[in-house]
Design a protein around this ligand. Structure first.
Ligand code: ZN
Length: 90
């Protein structure tokens, strides 16, 4: 008896899983690729650890991006610029 899933989704290499890791975590791979990656991760501890590491880094970066950067001193620059313009005697 043949397994239609494995026949349709041939094994991927570790290199392919590494290349797809980000897209896989962002859900940007097709269903077929996703199945291949999941099957590979189930059988390959190295890639499983790698993808989990990428996911952890992604969460960390997402947390950093949510921090509000300090506002640039636009108002002060504008006031200084205006003062320079209006202060000009001609
Ligand atoms: Zn692997």
């Amino acid at each position: 008896m043949r397994d239609p899933l494995s026949a349709k989704a041939p094994a991927v290499t570790c290199e392919q899983v590494a290349a797809w890791a980000s897209a896989y975590l962002d859900d940007h791979v097709g269903d077929e690729e996703k199945v291949r990656v999941v099957l590979h991760l189930a059988a390959c501890a190295g890639c499983d650890a790698y993808v989990k590491q990428i996911a952890a880094v992604g969460r960390m970066v997402a947390g950093l991006v949510r921090l509000d950067p300090p506002a640039p001193p636009c108002e002060q620059l504008r006031l200084a610029f205006t003062a320079k313009q209006t202060g000009r005697t001609g």
